[in-house]
Ligand binder design. Structure first.
Ligand SMILES: *Cc1c(COP(=O)(O)O)cnc(C)c1O
Length: 359
């Protein structure tokens, strides 16, 4: 049923259907021809293309059978599993890291107070801060997307919370722990370091938790752990934040099925190891073989400069060939000439390279 041919498919994104875990696109045949289908390469959302670990599925199903009961408000089993995985840190949980970000802002920021964001980056920080009535200031990165620590410190001097993403979405670059530490020691407020992609790079920011009482490390089960649909996020937080966060959060920060599946995902280290190994191997290949310049990346995606075309044009043309990528035009502070491409399964990235290199 599925055809793997690369070219000749138009209007793909308009008519898709799902089967056996894949998305297929239909093309109405021209007069006299039948309908053709092709499997869509989903490289737009930085998901893990692999299904969840069987252990996550098993524990999630078991929890579903007892879903008549409320979950534990403190998420004690998940917190214990996180402590077992990472060590004796303090954790809070939320509905995706998005949920954690929203609750952290609600906990720490009053309307009219300031939130600083290192841009270009993930747009949700500013959206969540504005929804809370905060005054958002953008701190632009350097032209190579590295963080200028002194301008960050200046921009964050009145901020209750500042957001810094590393590896950064969508640029992919990593800010060193030394630079993060310099910022932590020089700002009066809290630094939320978004580590959604940290499993895919070789940098570990956890040791900074021990030395700094103003650091939050945001993490998610949506990327390396294959649980995007279940919406499980968490954060390493300083001890003083735990009870304030719990007061600001809804009584149950997660549902019992998601929490149990996350415990299963933590228990299958092989799944994460395989995922990370595949991402590093294919990431290197995509960067090397793409005919447009691709930026170095510590994440499960790469940003590509498609000048002189715009990101939107290239994303549209790729979609006509069954390859979905993200145009970066909607990221404030970034020019119009970039796309972001997830590292998917091997066939997906091969298809991306075949198509983009012949556009
Ligand atoms: C994907 C992502 C998140 C969180 O995703 P959730 O699915 O809400 O856990 C957070 N920050 C960045 C930069 C991301 O790309």
């Amino acid at each position: 049923m599925a055809k793997e041919s690369v070219s000749g498919y138009t209007s793909l994104v308009r008519d898709c259907y799902r089967s056996g875990g894949y998305v297929f696109a239909r093309r109405a045949g021209s007069a006299g021809e039948g309908e053709e289908t092709c499997r869509v390469a989903r490289l737009a959302s930085n998901e893990n293309p692999r299904p969840p670990s069987p252990l996550a599925v098993e524990l999630g199903c078991r929890a579903l059978r007892e879903a008549n009961r409320y979950p534990d408000e403190r998420m004690g089993d998940l917190v214990a599993a996180l402590q077992d995985y990472h060590g004796p840190y303090h954790f809070v949980t939320g509905v995706g890291m998005d949920g954690v970000i929203e609750t952290v802002i609600r906990t720490l920021v009053c309307p009219g107070e300031r939130v600083a964001v290192s841009t270009p980056t993930f747009s949700f920080y500013a959206l969540a801060a504005i929804a809370q009535g905060a005054d958002v200031v953008n701190i632009p990165r350097n032209s190579d997307f590295s963080v200028d620590t002194s301008s960050f410190v200046r921009g964050a001097k009145d901020a209750k919370v500042s957001f810094l993403c590393t590896p950064n979405n969508p640029t992919g670059n990593v800010t060193s722990p030394e630079d993060v530490e310099e910022i932590l020691s020089s700002i009066p407020g809290v630094l939320f370091l978004d580590n959604a992609y940290v499993e895919f790079c070789e940098t570990d920011y956890r040791p900074l938790m021990k030395k700094h009482g103003n650091l939050i490390l945001g993490r998610t089960f949506s990327k390396a752990f294959s649980l995007a649909g279940l919406r499980v996020g968490y954060a390493f937080v300083p001890e003083w934040l735990v009870s304030c966060y719990m007061r600001a959060a809804t009584p149950f920060t997660l549902n019992s099925v998601s929490a149990s599946a996350a415990i299963g995902a933590l228990g299958d280290r092989e799944h994460v190891r395989d995922t990370v190994a595949r991402v590093r191997r294919l990431r290197k290949k995509v960067i090397e073989e793409c005919r447009y310049p691709a930026f170095p990346s510590g994440a499960n995606f790469v940003m590509v400069d498609v000048s002189p075309s715009t990101g939107r044009e290239i994303a549209e043309r790729l979609s006509e060939h069954g390859v979905l990528v993200r145009s970066c035009e909607s990221f404030p502070g970034l020019g119009p000439h970039y796309i972001r491409v997830s590292i998917g399964e091997e066939w997906e990235n091969e298809r991306f390279l075949d198509v983009i290199n012949t556009l």
